[in-house]
Design a protein around this ligand. Sequence first.
Ligand SMILES: Nc1ncnc2c1ncn2[C@@H]1O[C@H](COP(=O)(O)OP(=O)(O)OP(=O)(O)O)[C@@H](O)[C@H]1O
Ligand SMILES: [Mg+2]
Length: 376
Amino acid sequence: MSKRIHPQEVMKALGAVRDPAGRGIVALGCVKGVEVGEGRISVALELPPPISVTTPAGQQLLRAVHQAVEALDAGEVEIHVARPAAEAAGASGPAHPPGAGHGRAPAEAAAAAPKLAPGVKTTIAVASGKGGVGKSTVAANLAVALASAGRSVGLMDTDVYGPSVPMLVGARRDPEVIQGKLEPPTEHGVKIISMGYFLPKDEAVIWRGPMLHKTVQQFLGDVRWGNLDYLVIDLPPGTGDIQLSLCQTASLTGAVIVSTPQDLALTVASKAIAMFQKLNVPILGIVENMSYYVCSHCGHREEIFGHGGARLAAERMGFAFLGEIPLDLRIRTESDRGQPVALDGLTPQGKAFRDAAVALEAEVAKMQVAEEIVIE
Ligand SMILES: Nc1ncnc2c1ncn2[C@@H]1O[C@H](COP(=O)(O)OP(=O)(O)OP(=O)(O)O)[C@@H](O)[C@H]1O
Ligand SMILES: [Mg+2]
């Protein structure tokens, strides 16, 4: 049986919850009331503008509220979201029809922008603060690991300067145009699209911002993705305007940040995190790549770049730590021959990626807590 607590204790727990800009929601006046009943706690909230319940940031905030209250172990948690007075005055009917998010992924519930790929439930960007940390390797292996777990998965390579996904997955087939739409080839159970299929080999292509934006729109809207549980998006390195525009076009459910152990200890990955926060895109978690090295001859483990920096940083920033991927010769050689190691979950390398995919799915599922929310 759950214990009975005082509403003030609930307020105290909510005091630790912050909005994406780092402001405490109690201090901001977002908590409009707390009621403690028999085995049940109700929290009335008003989200700080511009956040709304239909945005990923809103859902992340509601999840944080839910978790904070649930941790008190005092019964079922109910969250009522009232619309800000200004918004309520300007519109009739509920901000979002009650139950409209039911059974849907958060991105789909984010109805503000029309979705370019409406059959895609969950859209996840894989990003990093800097190049060469293994984003594409992690994106490809997460996609393969999710497909191995029975999910329908697509992998979209938005790196037009150095598209590496076709090589990583083998690219045995090319996309086909069927009735004006691109049919993505399926490799290892994952539907793939990449500029690498269309670019002349060994030729530099100069891209301008608007062209890039259009390419991503086409990759989302003109590709026959069908119904997908997950669309994994491999982003180009960096956190500039191009990445911002890509993320905005793709209406993301969340982002996975890849870092090597030493980066995160430094501040590079936090640049990527800041970019997503600016866009109100939740961070689903951090993967530490090239985490440690195991000698293929003697099995000795070396921590070349240090180890655990990403886990510590994730804890400090309040994000999930999704796992550690070793620096391993096999990961590189198998990647080079188009056989992502996650295809074999029995190898330690493959297991590392599959475990990270399990952790990622758990984080996505947690975001769906927002579905239980009653909207007033
Ligand atoms: N855990 C690992 N162990 C060994 N090699 C790895 C590992 N992760 C990535 N690599 C290798 O490091 C190189 C860079 O990886 P990858 O292309 O995935 O990085 P990236 O962050 O996508 O790079 P870019 O910023 O250029 O897009 C590749 O040769 C890849 O095979
Ligand atoms: Mg890459």
